[in-house]
Every structure is written in C-alpha cells, then in structure tokens.
Write a protein that binds this ligand. Structure first.
Ligand code: PGA
Length: 237
C-alpha cells in the first residue's frame, strides 16, 4: 500500500497565481517519489491546478451531500468528480467546530462521496478536554461508529488528528499516536489507510510513518511551503 501524504491548504493562499506556483513546485518535487501526494486547495483553485498531470492528485476540503438544487454556497460530489477531483476531506475538526458539522452530517457526506466515486479522507480526533477527562477512546469510537455507519469501502482513509495538536506546534507523541492508531484499526478493514495529522513538519514526519506505523500524513500549515512538503514526502519513502 502506498503512503498517502495529504496537503490541506485550508483557506490559503490569497491568489490564483500563488496557488499555481505552489502546485507546480509540489508537482515537480514529487516526480519519481513513491508516496501518493494529494493537494487539497480551496475549491476555487481546483480548476487552476492542472490536476497534477498524473504526478499529484487533487482533493477538495469539503463537499455537500445533496446531488443538486437549492443549497446556496454548496458544491456537490458530482461537480467535484466532473472537475477531475479524486479525494475529499470530510469531518475536519474545523468543520465540526465552526460549521457545526455533526457525526450524522459527516456520515451522509461520506456515503454520498463514496457513491460518487470520490476517495474519502475522514478526520477524527479528540479535543484537549476529551483527553484530559479520559474520554479519548469513547470520542474516537463515537466518531467512527456514527461517521462510518453503513460504510465499507476500500476508498476510505482515516486521518487521526488530535484537535489539541492542530496548528499548535504541540504534535502528538509517537507513543500516543501509535496507541490511538491501534485503537482505531480495530474498527476498520485492513485496506483503509490511517494517517496522522497535527503539527506535522519535516523534522517529525518520518517518525509517524516509521515508528507510529501510520499509512500517511495530513499536513496543514507546513504544506503551504512546497519545499517543506516535499521534505515531508521524502521522509515517508
Ligand atoms: P496543521 O493542520 O498541520 O497545521 O496542524 C493539520 C490539519 O488541520 O489538517
């Protein structure tokens, strides 16, 4: 199974030109590397990406579960597929927190995306409060059981992202990540890749692949620097 390295640009950068330059640098740097590299820009830049010319894949950061109609501001799976998008991130903690996405909404999105032929990167993770209260495993189990209710697919990837580790520089230790990954694995099929995300940089990325035995990484802030992202991809080789 190839390692999966996903760049989540979130709401960055501020211009098409900057986005294009980053795509090109990542595409060039990824040539000949063994891992699968997926870039998830804001959806307005998906079209400008040139779709990686087979070197990198494109992913969306969100999608809606209805097929079409009166849903102002939303984008459907069919539209993403038509554009050539291969992956979609669903259930990111920022969507859960700021856009009030529930486990049930996430479940609908995952089902629709898989049915449409998109590959899913399903994010789960506990908050600092959950962790301090000793509720981590209960929270992960709830997110998985509801989020994946009725879902079995080889196109499903899980990203374990402790919320307290996202964008904080306080990345999860290899030991704790490994324990969580082992816990999560119990609910999945062997073909589902499990990634780690949360303050990944080139200086810590290799240890998540080699020591925590993850199948890849979901990278936020560091993925906006193409050189840093390529170093992360190389560390997974
Ligand atoms: P970070 O973000 O790498 O900036 O911590 C990860 C994510 O939110 O996917």
């Amino acid at each position: 199974m190839k390692k999966l390295i996903v760049a989540n640009w979130k709401m960055n950068p501020n211009s098409q030109e900057e986005a294009k330059n980053k795509f090109e640098e990542i595409r060039e740097g990824s040539r000949g590397l063994k891992s699968e590299v997926v870039v998830c820009p804001p959806s307005v830049y998906l079209y400008a990406s040139g779709f990686g010319e087979g070197v990198i894949s494109m992913g969306a950061q969100n999608v809606y579960f209805e097929e079409k109609g009166a849903f102002t501001g939303e984008i459907s799976c069919v539209m993403l597929k038509d554009l050539g998008v291969e992956y979609v991130i669903i259930g990111h903690s920022e969507r859960r927190k700021y856009f009030l996405e529930t486990d049930e909404i996430i479940n609908k999105k995952i089902k629709t995306a898989l049915q449409a032929g998109l590959k899913v990167i399903f994010c789960i993770g506990e908050t600092a409060e959950d962790r301090n209260n000793g509720d981590k495993e209960d929270v992960l189990e709830r997110q998985i059981k509801i989020g994946l209710d009725g879902v079995v697919s080889e196109n499903l990837n899980i990203a374990y992202e402790p919320v307290w580790a996202i964008g904080t520089g306080d990345n999860c230790s290899v030991k704790e990540t490994k324990e969580s990954i082992e816990f999560i694995k119990k609910f999945l099929n062997p073909e589902n890749r499990i990634l780690y995300g949360g303050s990944v940089k080139s200086e810590n990325s290799g240890s998540y692949i080699k020591e925590a035995e993850t199948d890849g990484l979901l990278v936020g802030g560091a993925s906006l620097d193409p050189k840093e992202l390529i170093d992360i991809v190389k560390s997974a080789e």
